[in-house]
Ligand binder design. Structure first.
Ligand SMILES: [Zn+2]
Length: 140
């Protein structure tokens, strides 16, 4: 069964314009979210219209990169062979200072050390020259 899967880490493929822009910022070491020009609401995932006021006017703005652990789940069964050696691993939901919630993984925080409201900050893990994953370590 394992032979049916590619052994390389699965990568993002064919991102649309907005998702592509998000990942371009990450590759530059910047965590950016969209912010509505009309009501100031931050948003993530990338989309063309503000869910708060309906405006289609917005800008990318750089996040502080800081947030708190809102929730997490521990994965014990790898859904791809590349991640088998990493199990059990945590997937986080971080509530950013800007108010958006962001799904990521911890860096240097043991699964048994995770706690609700733990202050965390973004750090970028380069994957090749054109992609960097935003991960979260304990805030310093
Ligand atoms: Zn708005």
């Amino acid at each position: 069964m394992a032979g049916e899967y590619p052994q390389a880490r699965p990568m993002h493929q064919s991102p649309d314009d907005l998702n592509g822009q998000f990942w371009e910022h990450c590759a530059q070491g910047k965590l950016c979210f969209q912010r509505c020009d009309d009501c100031g609401t931050w948003r993530h995932m990338p989309r063309y219209m503000c869910a708060q006021c309906g405006s289609d006017q917005w800008q990318w703005q750089v996040s502080s990169g800081k947030g708190r652990v809102f929730s997490w789940i521990i994965t014990h069964q790898a859904m791809h062979p590349k991640f088998r050696e990493e199990t059990p691993y945590a997937t986080l939901v971080v509530e950013m200072e800007e108010g958006v919630r962001f799904v990521s993984r911890p860096l240097g925080i043991g699964n048994d050390e995770l706690a609700l409201d733990m202050p965390v900050e973004v750090v970028f893990e380069p994957l090749g020259e054109e992609l960097a994953l935003p991960l979260f370590r304990r805030a310093r």
